[in-house]
Design a binder for this molecule. Structure first.
Ligand SMILES: C[S@@+](CC[C@H](N)C(=O)[O-])C[C@H]1O[C@@H](n2cnc3c(N)ncnc32)[C@H](O)[C@@H]1O
Ligand SMILES: Nc1nc2[nH]cc(C(=O)O)c2c(=O)[nH]1
Ligand code: SF4
Ligand SMILES: [Mg+2]
Length: 257
């Protein structure tokens, strides 16, 4: 089961702003331009979307978490050795307190934010890792995770999954950015081309083809083995960058990897 379904920590009694934390661990960045870089991951719980394929089920469809104060989160980050921190989720930007966490870490760490691109932030970010969601991510009664009534979420997800203003803001705000698309097959490429053109149309910042990353859909080694060669071939054909999912290859996306 990718990401933690039980939470090792208790809710805090400490004073101050808090965030719902599903897991916090050191690993290697598995995805994107910084793949392979030792990084501490802070995974918040809660999301405004419901991708059918979400590899973090216990932060979206069925959130589990402990509430930790920002001071406790910073202390847990400081107790680990990486100088890169990845704030992810769930969708980290649904929580106002995420901005305060980023500000508290900014002087001492390289900060990546993994976001679905529907929300903005004013906080310091070194790499905005933006993963806009395509039509192929939308949950239906057939593909949604078991025991979930997807009817409501089909419409809510479809309505919310692309926000060009938020995408422009994220691309302009961070020191660096990447647009990291989850690709399920050739049919996704027309929408990616159209969305990249739309983003280029709403920002003055240059969006190079090398800022566009194609990532194969797959939560397990077996699933990835079925998708990655086609996605790599599509990246080569369209001139975009391919990103592996190293944590799936190496650890089969076990919790805290
Ligand atoms: C769990 S999400 C959390 C951050 C944010 N909610 C988002 O979607 O970007 C982290 C990354 O995993 C990707 N992802 C989620 N499920 C996936 C899957 N089944 N296959 C490939 N990538 C996936 C997301 O697109 C995103 O880039
Ligand atoms: N190793 C590793 N790299 C990652 N890069 C982005 C991740 C995420 O869940 O946001 C992730 C993750 O869960 N594990
Ligand atoms: S936006 Fe991210 S966390 Fe939310 S459901 Fe999709 S992949 Fe999961
Ligand atoms: Mg992950």
């Amino acid at each position: 089961m990718p990401v933690s379904d039980t939470v090792a920590r208790d809710d805090t009694d400490a004073e101050g702003d808090r965030l719902p934390i599903n897991e916090l661990f050191a690993s290697l960045q598995g995805e994107g331009k910084l793949a392979g870089v030792p990084s501490t991951f802070v995974r918040t719980s809660g999301c405004n979307l419901r991708c059918w394929f979400c590899d973090s089920f216990h932060t979206s469809w069925e959130p589990t978490h402990a509430w930790l104060s920002l001071d406790e989160i910073v202390a847990e980050v400081e107790s680990r050795s990486p100088d890169h921190v990845v704030v992810t989720g769930g969708e980290p930007l649904v929580h106002d307190e995420t901005d305060a966490l980023l500000s508290a870490l900014a002087d001492d760490y390289h900060l990546t934010v993994e976001t679905n691109g529907t929300l903005e932030t004013d906080a310091p970010v070194d790499l905005a890792s933006v993963s806009p969601k395509l039509a192929s991510s939308t949950p239906t009664p057939d593909n949604a995770p078991a025991d979930v009534d997807s009817g409501v979420w089909t419409e809510r997800h479809e309505d919310a999954r692309v926000d060009l203003d938020a995408l422009a803001s994220l691309v302009e705000h961070a020191a660096e950015f990447q647009l990291k698309f989850v690709v399920t097959g050739r049919d996704d490429l027309d929408e990616i081309e159209s969305l990249v053109a739309d983003v280029r149309g709403v920002t003055d910042r240059e969006v190079r083809d090398s800022d566009v990353l194609l990532m194969p859909e797959g939560q397990t080694r077996e699933q990835l083995a079925r998708t990655r060669t086609e996605v790599a071939d599509l990246a080569a054909a369209f001139g975009y960058r391919y990103t592996p999912r190293l944590h799936v290859d190496l650890w089969n996306d076990a919790p805290e990897t």
